[in-house]
Design a protein around this ligand. Structure first.
Ligand code: AQP
Length: 333
């Protein structure tokens, strides 16, 4: 069976961007049943920037609770935390030796996250995409549902697979397809419609967290940046209005409709009014998930058992693929 692989970093709480851009897609793939689905809390990726140990533990469990509450069934999908399946780091090393420094230096996420002082960034942050390629190719994953921001990394995964296959004269690693679909591939900050909504943004009001209560959600949408014009009747009317477009996108994605459909219904509405509708919709969709997450978090031992079982199942796939990789390279086994 072909495999879908994707991951989320336990580098903070889940945001509405992660939920709409990634989590809901993951659930769709699982429920479609056409592929084996493997979903990963990428804790090794999270430590490419500093993480407090207690927060990393908490965030990993809470992310697992988020997966479960959003509809990932640990029987139908394989749910793991990356560090528990050691082959991720092992294949990651091999790919560090396949990937070229120049490829890594061109990654926009590296440039954004390292900022001006690249010399102070961790070596891991620079190598991030090689480990990500290992995450995917360790399962011979072919389809990777991600948000828009990850497209470049998936392309690099193809480059790594191609170079490995070419250098060793094999046809071993498949070429991966990014699957970027739906109305919510790029949810923006509520404070700046040109910046991605991100769990590590220092300004909490810039994002909706899955753990926010109803009042907080309503307040954040009320204070979200917009412009004084009413909602247009069609998409052209959103051009040059990134903040307005973002709120309409969020509404459409939460409601499972297209932006065009939403605009037909809401044409002429003022943002004051629309934001209230948006908050009501968001609370209706997210509160069952956040209360289920809170319930699951009361039993961390059960979460740990689910992740242990996931790792066992994952290793049935990853151990043979890593063994074969080492054999191709010529490592004495
Ligand atoms: N704003 C977003 N809109 C749509 N999709 C998004 N994703 C993230 N933000 C948005 C998608 O969520 C998945 C997991 O992302 P990640 O945790 O691996 O890292 P990230 O992309 O760097 O996400 P964050 O929230 O911005 O984390 P930090 O702040 O730690 O860097 C990916 O599929 C991503 O596309």
């Amino acid at each position: 069976t072909p495999r879908v692989f994707s991951g989320i970093q336990p580098s903070g709480g889940l945001t509405l961007g992660n939920y709409l851009g990634a989590m809901t897609r993951f659930v769709d793939w699982q429920n479609r049943g056409t592929h084996e689905t493997i979903y990963c809390m990428v804790d090794l990726h999270a430590i490419t920037v500093p993480q407090k140990p207690a927060d990393l533990t908490h965030n990993t469990r809470e992310l697992c609770a988020g997966f479960l509450a959003s509809g990932i069934d640990p029987e139908r999908s394989i749910l793991i935390n990356q560090s528990r399946v050691p082959e991720h780091a092992q294949l990651g090393w091999v790919f560090n030796c396949v990937a070229r420094m120049g490829w890594m230096g061109r990654m926009t996420q590296w440039k954004d996250k390292a900022g001006k002082n690249q010399k102070a960034a961790s070596l891991g942050l620079f190598a991030y995409p090689a480990l990500m390629a290992a995450d995917i190719l360790l399962y011979h994953g072919t389809h990777v549902p991600v948000g828009e921001d990850q497209k470049q990394h998936i392309e690099l995964t193809r480059d790594i697979a191609t170079k490995f296959n070419h250098d060793y004269g094999v046809d071993f690693f498949p070429l991966t397809e990014p699957v970027i679909e739906g109305a919510a591939t790029r949810i923006m900050s509520l404070r700046d419609g040109t910046k991605k909504m991100s769990k590590s943004d220092p300004v909490d009001a810039s994002r909706i967290n899955l753990t926010d209560d109803a009042d907080t959600i309503a307040r954040k949408f009320r204070k979200a940046k917009t412009d004084p014009d009413p909602l247009p009747g069609s998409e052209e009317g959103l051009e040059g209005r990134p903040d307005a477009r973002n709120l309409v996108n969020i509404y459409a994605a939460l409601d499972g409709r297209s932006v065009a459909e939403v605009l037909v219904e809401k044409e002429g509405a003022m943002f004051g009014h629309f934001k209230q509708d948006l908050a009501d919709l968001a609370v209706a969709k997210l509160s069952p998930i956040s209360s289920e997450m809170a319930r699951l978090m009361q039993d961390p031992a059960e979460i740990d058992r689910i992740l242990a079982r996931g790792a066992e199942r994952a290793r049935e796939i990853t151990v043979p693929i890593l063994e074969r990789t080492y054999e191709i390279i010529g490592m004495v086994r």
